[in-house]
Design a protein. Structure first.
Length: 74
């Protein structure tokens, strides 16, 4: 399911980034956009759950991108 939250496009940009040189920056931008939203009023339960999932995915992406087993071989 896809919901159109204010932070969704930044999150999608990180998830879909294929350039490893840009990935860390994209992840950080998405995390910051999501954290900014958590400081705003009016979060529904559904959006809180989406935020939890998105932050878990971004954390996993960050860990994978820094793990030597996931480096691209030349």
């Amino acid at each position: 399911m896809v919901y159109n939250y204010g932070w969704s496009s930044t999150y999608a940009g990180a998830v879909l980034e294929s350039d490893q040189r840009k990935l860390s920056k994209r992840i950080l931008q998405a995390e910051l956009a999501i954290l900014q939203r958590t400081r705003e009023p009016g979060l529904a339960t559904k959006e809180w759950r989406a935020i939890e999932i998105a932050m878990d995915v971004l954390r996993d992406m960050r860990l994978r991108s820094h793990h030597p087993l996931h480096e691209h071989r030349r």
